[in-house]
Every structure is written in structure tokens, then in C-alpha cells.
Design a protein around this ligand. Structure first.
Ligand code: TXA
Ligand code: MG
Length: 333
């Protein structure tokens, strides 16, 4: 099968929406990462998402809708916390896990669970596409399971070219890190995944427990089933090292004959490296800028054939929580 890549235009939106309605797979930009979309109200298209990604069927999908009313229609219960967060952050990089209304989305989309994850993305192309399609759209990140999430159409093509029917190309995404996931079916609400919106922002609207910490009870069911350790992983082996040991680590690995890629932060780069090799990528010093470029850096170093990617540790401040989470998973072995 050949994949059709459409540059963003009104016509492209119509074509992509037609493809979604016809049950095809459409990769589209959101403000976080590219999503692999299929209509969420039919089993067949949803199953084809799992097949395309190689995703275990027990890991539910996020359902994308164009506005709060459409999200409400998928929920059996809409607690005050859900409404407060939806009004504050939608459209935007927030996923709400709510009790699922019967018969609205295919069982496969929720892994047959009692809840559904819903979100209204902020990307104008995504909103146009969702409005034009007129159906809820299930969309995980548009990459094969356990590989790095895509922030460009080219990243999507790397693992899903020839598998997805249509890619809607609107250039690089903005935030670069996935949505924050909050389970509002319980009180207090629970943070299931760190993401583009910091926990402190969410907590302004009500009590939230950070449920992303490793459970002390090993038999406890994973809260967000997709949050297994190895995730967002490049093909190359990846290591996190304290910034002050970066140079020494790179030298040591190079001495062993390894092809080394490096990711550091602007403030930590020695001035002598300002014209460094292409395998040395310096990301912005601030969390927002860093997040928006991190996946592209991992993709680029992987593509350049590095054996190992050495990444300088990032600050421990709360604003860096989602980035620390992704780096931990990228370096998990
Ligand atoms: O930014 C994002 O959220 C991107 C864009 C495309 O919207 N999507 C994304 O989807 O990151 P995915 O499939 O890569 O991650 C979805 C996460 C998984 O960890 C899954 O377990 C969790 O959301 N999830 C989805 N529905 C859930 C539910 N009903 N209960 C608990 N966790 C849920
Ligand atoms: Mg993903």
C-alpha cells in the first residue's frame, strides 16, 4: 500500500476527513506530536490502529474531538473537576479520563474498560479535520510501539510509511511532548502521565495526586496501561549522565570505538564545541524549548547511525517533570 502525503490546505483537510469517515488510517498533526487517527466509533478502523503500531490491545487510545460538547457526549459522568479543567485547558494538551458513555466509541478504543480518554487538541489543522470528519477520532502517537514519537510528517513516514493511508503534513508540532493525562473519575483526581501541561497548573483547579510514581504494590494494575518503562526509545542505546561528566563519558565511549551522539542544553555547552560535529545537538536551556526539540534530536541522532546517545541530565525543577519522564524511558533498558 502506498501512503498519500498531503500538504496542509482546505482541500487536504477534506480529503483526510473523507479518508477517516471511510475507515482509513490518517496521521495528522496535533500541538504535541503527530497522531495516528481512525474513527473511534467503529471497531475495524480502531483495530487497524493497533495492528499498524504493533500496540498491545490492552492499552487504550485517546479519543480526539473538536470541542467540549463533543467530549461531554462520550462521557457518562462529567464531574466538576473535568469541567473546570476542560474550560481552562481545551483546546490544548490535556487528556481527561472520564467514565465512558455506552455505545459511543468502539470497545477496542478503551481496551474494553469503563473509562475513555478524551482530548480537544489545539492544532488548527487537527480541529479543522475533526470538525470536517464529524466523528470522534482515536489517535495514539503516530509511531510503532516503543519507538520515538513523531513531531514531523517525515518522522511518521519512518515507521508507518506504506502502512498509514494518509499523512496530513503541517510542519513540525509545537509542544513536542505528549498531553498531560488526568483521571477525573476519582476524587482527588490522579495524574496518569506527565505531559505538556505541568502538574502545578492542573492543581490550581483542584486536588490532584501524582499517580505516575512507581507503585509500591507490584501486583497493582498499571493506571495508564501504556506507561511501561521502555518507551520513546531510540534504536541506539541511550545514557543519561550528569552534565559535568558529559565530556568525560563521551571521550570514554569514543575511545572504545563507539559512534557517539550527544544531547546537551545550551548553558552547558563548552564554547570550544560551538562548531561541533552534527552528532552533538544542543537543545534550548528552557523546558519549553527543550521539549519542543527533544524527539527531533533523538530521531536525528538515531538516523545518523549512532551506537550510543549520551544525554546530559536536566534540572530537577517541576517544569522539567515530563521531560525527565521521557528521558528516563528513552534510556530504560
Ligand atoms: O499528546 C497526545 O496525547 C498524543 C496526541 C496524538 O494526541 N497521543 C498520545 O497517545 O500520546 P498514546 O496512545 O501514545 O498515549 C496514550 C496514553 C497511553 O499511556 C494510554 O494507556 C493512556 O493514554 N490512556 C488512554 N485511555 C486511557 C484510559 N481510559 N485510562 C487510562 N489511561 C488511558
Ligand atoms: Mg505514544
Amino acid at each position: 500500500m502506498s501512503t498519500v502525503v498531503l500538504q496542509l490546505s482546505a482541500n487536504a483537510i477534506r480529503q483526510a476527513a473523507d479518508a477517516l469517515r471511510a475507515g482509513q488510517l490518517v496521521a495528522f498533526p496535533t500541538e504535541t506530536v503527530y497522531g495516528l487517527g481512525a474513527r473511534a466509533d467503529q471497531s475495524g478502523p480502531v483495530r487497524s490502529i493497533f495492528a499498524a503500531k504493533g500496540r498491545p490491545p490492552g492499552n487504550p487510545l485517546i479519543v480526539h474531538v473538536p470541542d467540549r460538547e463533543a467530549a461531554l457526549s462520550l462521557a457518562a459522568d462529567w464531574p466538576p473537576m473535568a469541567d473546570a479543567l476542560a474550560r481552562a485547558f481545551w483546546p490544548g494538551p490535556l487528556t481527561l479520563v472520564v467514565t465512558r458513555a455506552p455505545g459511543k466509541v468502539a470497545d477496542e478504543a478503551t481496551a474494553s474498560g469503563p473509562t475513555v480518554g478524551v482530548r480537544v487538541p489545539a492544532h488548527p489543522a487537527a480541529l479543522d479535520l475533526l470538525r470536517e470528519a464529524g466523528v470522534p477520532v482515536a489517535a495514539p502517537s503516530a509511531n510503532r510501539s516503543t519507538t520515538i514519537s513523531p513531531t514531523t510528517a517525515a518522522h511518521v513516514m519512518k515507521t508507518l510509511g506504506g502502512i498509514v493511508n494518509v499523512v496530513l503534513d503541517a510542519g513540525p508540532t509545537g509542544f513536542g511532548i505528549e498531553s498531560t493525562i488526568i483521571d477525573v473519575t476519582r476524587s482527588p483526581a490522579r495524574l496518569l502521565r506527565h505531559g505538556a501541561i505541568a502538574l502545578a497548573e492542573i492543581a490550581r483547579f483542584g486536588e490532584v495526586i501524582d499517580a505516575t510514581q512507581v507503585s509500591v504494590d507490584p501486583s497493582a494494575r498499571a493506571e495508564a496501561p501504556g506507561m511501561h518503562e521502555k518507551h520513546y526509545a531510540p534504536r541506539a542505546r541511550a545514557l543519561l549522565v550528569p552534565a559535568e561528566h558529559l565530556r568525560a563519558k563521551v571521550n570514554e565511549l569514543q575511545a572504545q570505538g563507539e559512534k557517539v551522539g550527544v544531547i546537551d542544553r545550551a548553558t552547558e555547552r563548552p564554547s570550544s564545541e560551538s562548531n561541533g560535529p552534527p552528532s552533538w545537538i544542543t537543545l534550548p536551556a528552557d523546558a519549553e524549548g527543550y521539549a519542543s526539540n527533544l524527539y527531533a534530536a533523538l530521531h536525528a541522532l538515531d538516523d545518523s547511525g549512532c551506537d550510543v546517545i549520551v544525554i546530559a541530565e536536566v534540572p530537577s525543577a517541576p517544569a522539567w517533570a515530563a521531560i525527565r519522564d521521557r528521558l528516563r524511558r528513552a534510556t530504560a533498558r
